[in-house]
Structure formats: structure tokens, C-alpha cells
Design a protein around this ligand. Structure first.
Ligand code: ADP
Ligand code: MG
Length: 240
């Protein structure tokens, strides 16, 4: 579904991604782990076009995703993204936060987008919050709304950038549970996370990013039980 070939990204003189190669198959769940500043967010942001890459190819659904192309916006719609800080519109009700994208970008009718939003709210366990404003919700609830909002665009792949890092510990589980449900339903996902137990349980593959490169890639067992890369060994020790 997604192929990343020799992806390079610079910020000024700083080379942040130094040739990333990755293939993602339909239905696969891949966790991305690695230290702060290693390039994990930049990698996700290049995939969905929030950052412009300097070199390499990102082939999604058979098409090379490139800025400025006519198809670029359409391709991007199929890539859902959930951030650490939820970025809900504070002045819009929860239901309107969810229907905005489909209505404005995809011309879905008000009736249809509302129906769909209510179903998505049910899926994330928040069907009773449709008519309230984001300020009324806990962090965990806001993040579940953000996931519903991304799903409303009917993406083929979901990218999560540390979706639970901004949450109080007692709210982490409810968000991970929603992501786990999506995994069981076969959603293709790339998840940057520091929740190692979760990564182990939910992932088909785990990627360790170090200084802008994929230093190691493997099954959860390989990565967590039998890491080879010295930096990965150190990283795992520092986390547990
Ligand atoms: P991670 O998500 O793994 O913590 P990032 O992808 O956010 O890492 O950042 C990788 C490196 O790129 C860091 O050194 C960071 O300071 C730098 N960086 C990220 N975004 C920008 C930007 N917009 N401008 C300049 N430097 C940036
Ligand atoms: Mg990051």
C-alpha cells in the first residue's frame, strides 16, 4: 500500500532523515520507536505531505505523492493522521469537528456526514458527547474524537504520532484500546509510540529509528527479546 524509497529530509543544513526505506502492506500495523529527535515525526509528516521531502519517493496506492501535483490533495485525504496534541476546533461541537472534513473536502451531505459521525463516536465510545464542545472533554476523550475525525475521511492508512504522550497515565488505556480495535478490524497503521507493551502486543512489525535511519526492523519478539543494534539495546534498557 505504501512504499518509501530512499527518503531524505533536511532542515537547513541538518539532515534529519538519511535514506529511509520501508514497505507497508495492507492491514499491517507497524510501530515506530526511537529516541527523541531521531526523526520519527518528520518521517510521518513527509509521508502525509505535511513536510516536503528533499529526496526519495513515497508511493501510496501506486502513485508517487508529490507536492504541487493535482492528485496530491486527493492522495492526502486517504492518509489519516492523529497527533500528540489533538488539534480539535475549540469553537465547534464534537459532531461538527468530525463532519467538517467530509462536508468541506468531500462534499458529503449534512445528513449523511452526521449519521456517519455518530457511528464513529459510538465506535470510540463517545456517542453521548456529540453536542458538547472540546473543552468539556478529558484528554483521552479528545484524542478519541481526533481518531474519529480522522476516520471520517475514510482513510486507507492511519498515522499516529505519539497519540498518548500528552495524556495523564490513567487516560492512556482508553485511547490504546480504540487503536487496538482498529488493528483488529484490519486498518493499516503506522504508530509512533513510547508505549512498549502496546507496541509489542499490537504490531506486526516494529521499526527502531536512530539518527534519521531505520537502525533495526523486525517482529515485536525480535526487537524486544533479541535486539541486535547497540543503540536499540540501550534504548530498550532506558525504557524499562
Ligand atoms: P522525533 O519525532 O523522533 O522526536 P523529529 O522528527 O520531531 O524527531 O525531529 C528530528 C530532528 O529534526 C530534530 O533534531 C528536530 O529538532 C529537527 N526538526 C524537526 N522539525 C523541524 C523544523 N520544522 N525545523 C527545523 N528543525 C526541525
Ligand atoms: Mg516526534
Amino acid at each position: 500500500m505504501l512504499e518509501i524509497k530512499n527518503l531524505h529530509k533536511y532542515f537547513g543544513d541538518l539532515e534529519v532523515l538519511k535514506g529511509i526505506d520501508l514497505e507497508v502492506y495492507e492491514g499491517e500495523v507497524i510501530s515506530i520507536i526511537g529516541g527523541s529527535g531521531s526523526g520519527k515525526s518528520t518521517m510521518l509528516r513527509c509521508i502525509n505531505g505535511l513536510e516536503k521531502r528533499n529526496k526519495g519517493d513515497i508511493i501510496f496506492n501506486g502513485k508517487n505523492v508529490k507536492h504541487g501535483q493535482k492528485e496530491f490533495i486527493k492522495l492526502r485525504e486517504r492518509i489519516g493522521m492523529v497527533f500528540q496534541h489533538f488539534y480539535l476546533f475549540p469553537h465547534k461541537k464534537i459532531i461538527d469537528n468530525i463532519t467538517l472534513g467530509p462536508r468541506v473536502v468531500q462534499n458529503v451531505s449534512k445528513v449523511e456526514s452526521n449519521e456517519q459521525a455518530l457511528k464513529l463516536l459510538e465506535k470510540v465510545g463517545l456517542e453521548d458527547k456529540a453536542e458538547v464542545y472540546p473543552a468539556m472533554l478529558s484528554g483521552g476523550q479528545k484524542q478519541r474524537v481526533a481518531i474519529a475525525r480522522a476516520l471520517a475521511m475514510k482513510p486507507d492508512i492511519m498515522l499516529f504520532d505519539e497519540p498518548t504522550s500528552a495524556l495523564d497515565p490513567e487516560l492512556v488505556g482508553e485511547v490504546l484500546q480504540v487503536i487496538q480495535t482498529l488493528a483488529k478490524e484490519g486498518m493499516t497503521m503506522l504508530i509512533v509510540t513510547h508505549e512498549m507493551g502496546f507496541a509489542r502486543e499490537v504490531s506486526d512489525r516494529v521499526i527502531f529509528v536512530n539518527e534519521g535511519q531505520i537502525a533495526e526492523m523486525g517482529t515485536p519478539e525480535e526487537i524486544f527479546e533479541n535486539p541486535q543494534d547497540e543503540n536499540l539495546k540501550r534504548f530498550i534498557q532506558s525504557i524499562y
